[in-house]
Design a protein around this ligand. Structure first.
Ligand SMILES: Cc1ncc(COP(=O)(O)O)c(C=O)c1O
Length: 309
C-alpha cells in the first residue's frame, strides 16, 4: 500500500501532497503540529493510537494561539487519523503527524487575513532515543524560548528552531539529547521531551510556567505514578544543580516514550544506570500504550478492525 496523506480535505497518495514555495507557514513558521504514536502489537496484529483526542485538544489550543481555524471537531480528527492509518496499513510502530498551517501563498509577516489548512500524514517510526540503556545528556548553551516570545505550551513549528539548535549542539558534542534551561536558569525540558527527576523517592518535574510543552506523556507518567505506585509528582521550578544530584532522571515524550537519563554533563545520574522507579514506570507505561492494562484502555484507539478466528 502506498503511504497516504490527508491533504486539502481528501486522502491522496503522500507523493501528491505538495505545498507551494510561497506558502506562509513554510516562509514564516506559522503552523502548529502534533505527533501521535501508533503502537504496534505484533501478537494481536493491532495498532493502538495513543491519547489521540488529547493530542487534538492540544492542537486546537495551539491553533487558537496562532489564529488558525480548522473545520474539524476532535471526533472528526480522530476518525481521519484512524482512516489514514488504515489506508497506509502499517504493521509496525507509527508516528502520525497532524499539521495546521497558514496556507495562503502570500508574502508578509502576520497572523491575520490568511487562509488556514490542515494536513495529516503518517510514517513508520521506531525508537527515538535508547530506552533500554538510557541517554547521555548535556545542559544546552541555548535557552528555552520564553512564553513572552512564543508560547511554548503551543506546539508551534517556528518554535522548533530552538529545539533543533539545542539538539544538534548536543549531538555534535557527543551527547544524545539536550536539556534546556529557562532564561532565569531553571530546568525547562529536552529538545522534544519533558523531564522528570527522582528526588528523595518522589517525582519532580518543571511546572507549566517553566516554558515547557505540557506533554501528554508527562501527564501519563504523573497519572501512572500516582495511581499505580502511589508516588505523587511535585511540579515546581528545578535548579540546574538538582540535575547533578537527583537519584534518577528520565525524559518523556511521544517519540521518546520514557527514556532514562544515565548521565548529565559527564556526571552519572544515581549509579549511572536505569533507576528502579524509572524501570517500574516504563513497564506500566508500555502496558498502557499497548492496551494491556484495561484501566487505561480509554487512552488507546485501535486502528484496525480485527476479524476473530
Ligand atoms: C518540546 C517538547 N516538549 C515535550 C514534548 C513531549 O510531549 P508529548 O508527551 O505530548 O509528546 C514534546 C513532544 O511532543 C516536545 O516537542
Amino acid at each position: 500500500m502506498p503511504p497516504y496523506a490527508f491533504f486539502n480535505g481528501k486522502f491522496v497518495p503522500l507523493s501528491e501532497a505538495k505545498i507551494g514555495i510561497m506558502t506562509h507557514a513554510f516562509n514564516y513558521g506559522t503552523a502548529c503540529f502534533e505527533g501521535i504514536r501508533g503502537n504496534w502489537d505484533e501478537e494481536l496484529g493491532q495498532m493502538y493510537l495513543f491519547r489521540v483526542s488529547d493530542h487534538y485538544r492540544r492542537l486546537l489550543e495551539s491553533c487558537r494561539v496562532l489564529q488558525i481555524e480548522i473545520p474539524h471537531t476532535i471526533d472528526e480528527l480522530l476518525g481521519l487519523t484512524v482512516e489514514l492509518v488504515q489506508r497506509c496499513g502499517y504493521r509496525e510502530d507509527t508516528y502520525v503527524r497532524p499539521l495546521a498551517y497558514k496556507s495562503s501563498e502570500q508574502v508578509g509577516v502576520r497572523l491575520h487575513n490568511l487562509e488556514s489548512s490542515f494536513l495529516l500524514f503518517a510514517v513508520p517510526f521506531g525508537p527515538y532515543l535508547d530506552i533500554t540503556k538510557g541517554a547521555k545528556c548535556c545542559v544546552s548553551s541555548w535557552r528555552r524560548i520564553d512564553d513572552s516570545m512564543i508560547p511554548p505550551r503551543a506546539k508551534i513549528n517556528g518554535l522548533y528552531v530552538n529545539s533543533a539548535l539545542a539538539k544538534t549542539e548536543a549531538f555534535e558534542k557527543g551527547f544524545d539529547e539536550a536539556i534546556l534551561l529557562t532564561h532565569d536558569g531553571h530546568v525547562s525540558e529536552g529538545s522534544g521531551e519533558n523531564i522528570f527527576l527522582v528526588i528523595d523517592g518522589q517525582l519532580v518535574t518543571p511546572s507549566s510556567s517553566d516554558n515547557i510543552l505540557i506533554g501528554i506523556t508527562r501527564d501519563t507518567v504523573i497519572t501512572l505514578a500516582q495511581q499505580e505506585l502511589g508516588i505523587e509528582t511535585i511540579e515546581r521550578s528545578i535548579d540546574r544543580g538538582e540535575l547533578y544530584t537527583a537519584e534518577e532522571c528520565f525524559l518523556t515524550g511521544t517519540a521518546a516514550h520514557i527514556t532514562p537519563v544515565i548521565e548529565i554533563d559527564h556526571r552519572k545520574v544515581g549509579r549511572g544506570e536505569v533507576g528502579e522507579i524509572t524501570k517500574k514506570l516504563q513497564a506500566l507505561y508500555f502496558d498502557a500504550i499497548l492496551g494491556k492494562n484495561k484501566k487505561y484502555l480509554d487512552w488507546c484507539t485501535p486502528a484496525y478492525k480485527l476479524v476473530k478466528a
